[in-house]
Design a protein around this ligand. Structure first.
Ligand SMILES: Nc1ncnc2c1ncn2[C@@H]1O[C@H](COP(=O)(O)OP(=O)(O)OP(=O)(O)O)[C@@H](O)[C@H]1O
Length: 241
């Protein structure tokens, strides 16, 4: 099977010091990967490095078989890696429509792009003229994802979708992400603290701890064995009897 994203032996970190070591990944089109792990495990660092916002310290990243330039956000975006950061980074004084429009590549396609986003997130339909800063947290997340989608990503990187959101909102948003992957073939890496909710929509899952990949597998199998996930989070020293 050809992979839309491949990482081989990726080291990532800050000021030349790796906090993620030897990260390997093969992601297929339309696959949703739940990237899990305790605080400080290195999940955000991986996403930032893939998005070119941090230079990699070793290893290789390929997008659709083409080697990615390390630390080059613009070429990562051009190649199809788009990040939805945990703070959403919206232009809060601009309207929903303006936020979306800024990310649309061709002016001519704007009406179609807007309609597609409204179809994906019907709740945004009558919020288009509202300032992003006046939206609810859930609506802001819809806008942040919508802004990523108008860039037609091959791989959508979503950092902490649930940040600041009630679980009920997360339960509504995650199936939309799943549908986007199914309907468009976009691959998704979903960093999420709500482990069971994430596993419920993902195909595959990976747990990181202290910068290492400690567990990988099929999401529904892992969802059925929460103790395996728990041990991966805590380390063998904390494994049950
Ligand atoms: N800007 C930074 N400069 C230096 N070290 C950092 C920086 N940001 C994160 N780190 C360190 O890198 C390591 C990995 O952090 P990272 O944010 O990637 O983890 P995470 O798994 O995303 O955690 P969380 O779930 O808390 O966001 C941690 O030890 C963290 O302290």
């Amino acid at each position: 099977m050809s992979h839309v994203l491949t990482c081989t032996g990726l080291d990532a970190g800050y000021t030349g010091r790796p906090c993620v070591r030897g990260f390997d990944l093969e992601l297929a089109a339309g696959e949703v990967l739940a990237l899990l792990g305790p605080n400080g495990a290195g999940k955000t660092t991986v996403l930032m490095t893939l998005a070119g916002l941090l230079p990699s310290l070793a290893g290789e990243v390929s997008i659709d078989g083409h080697k990615a330039k390390s630390g080059h956000a613009r070429s990562a975006a051009k190649a199809g890696l788009v990040l939805v950061p945990d703070d959403r980074s919206l232009f809060t004084s601009l309207t929903v429509e303006e936020n979306l429009r800024l990310s649309v590549r061709s002016r001519r396609s704007w009406p179609t792009e807007r309609d597609t986003i409204v179809e994906t997130f019907p709740q945004l339909a009558d919020r288009l003229k509202v300032a992003a800063g006046a939206l609810s947290g859930g609506e802001q997340q819809m806008l942040a994802i919508g802004r990523a989608l108008v860039q037609h990503p091959k791989v959508l990187l979503i950092d902490e979708l649930s940040m600041g959101l009630a679980p009920v909102i997360v339960e509504r948003l995650l199936p939309i992400v799943r549908a986007v992957a199914d309907n468009t073939g976009t691959a998704v890496i979903l960093v999420e603290q709500h482990v069971q909710l994430a596993l419920g929509v993902a195909d595959t899952a990976m747990v990181m701890r202290h910068g290492n990949q400690v567990l990988q597998g099929n999401a529904s199998e892992l969802a059925a064995t929460p103790e395996v996930i728990e041990n991966a989070y805590m380390g063998e020293a904390f494994a049950g009897p």
